[in-house]
Design a protein around this ligand. Structure first.
Ligand SMILES: N[C@@H](CCC(=O)N[C@@H](CS)C(=O)NCC(=O)O)C(=O)O
Length: 211
């Protein structure tokens, strides 16, 4: 498998975590977002949307991190990153969606670039923007963790799930945008539990060859 990705991309990071948790090897292909390589013809021939990550398995090109992670779960079911109970699976997917649907998309590079170029946002305004949406989502995530009856270290239960694969990169991004994480103690607990695992450590942005 070949993973086209960028060290600091949250969607790439979540996919690296899932691959590592599944014990899968892959070739790392760096796509430099700072040089806009994702908008070049070569990468767009893989993903016309011009967004990382893309995973190539044999001659199949997979895009959209949610679809790729679900594909991984179907193709390599062990270790499972979703619980067995249907309601529990929906709960874990909902946690992942707080990050994947409601936090990450509004803080994406192209959104921030537009805020800078079309609306005159400076670094302080960008940090404020990202902090607003990260805080809104993390408040909800923290409440869901507090209500979770099966939480045992991770976002759900006592083993990592896709929810953790989504959450940890978003925490990394929150740190980058100088969000004070102190107000979400349960999220911080999950962060500590996950970061003790080699699969998460090896997926971290600063551990990547293009960092
Ligand atoms: N929904 C897509 C989003 C992918 C995405 O937004 N990737 C970001 C990096 S985290 C990207 O390529 N951004 C480039 C840009 O915004 O110009 C997914 O989950 O794969």
């Amino acid at each position: 498998m070949k993973l086209y990705n960028f060290f600091r991309s949250g969607t790439s990071h979540r996919l690296r975590i899932a691959l590592n948790l599944k014990g899968l090897d892959y070739d790392y292909v760096a796509v430099d977002l700072r040089k806009n390589e994702h908008q070049g013809a070569a990468f767009k021939s893989l993903n016309p949307q011009g967004l990382v990550p893309a995973l190539v398995d044999a001659d199949q090109v997979l895009t959209q991190s949610v679809a790729i992670i679900e594909w991984l779960e179907e193709r390599y079911p062990t270790p499972a990153l979703l619980p067995t109970d249907r309601y529990d699976r929906a709960r874990v997917r909902a946690l992942a969606a707080v990050v994947g649907c409601d936090i990450h998309p509004v803080n994406n590079k192209r959104i921030l670039d537009t805020l800078r170029t079309s609306f005159g946002a400076d670094d302080a305004a960008i940090n404020h923007w990202c902090g607003t949406w990260i805080s809104d989502g993390f408040d909800a995530y923290e409440a869901l963790l507090a209500a979770g009856t099966q939480r045992a270290g991770y976002s759900f239960g006592g083993t990592p799930t896709i929810a953790d694969a989504y959450l940890i990169p978003q925490i990394e991004s929150a740190r980058r945008f100088k969000v004070d994480l102190g107000r979400w103690p349960l999220i911080m607990e999950v962060d500590a539990t996950c970061n003790a695992l080699e699969a998460f450590q090896r997926a971290a942005p600063m551990a990547q060859p293009d960092a």
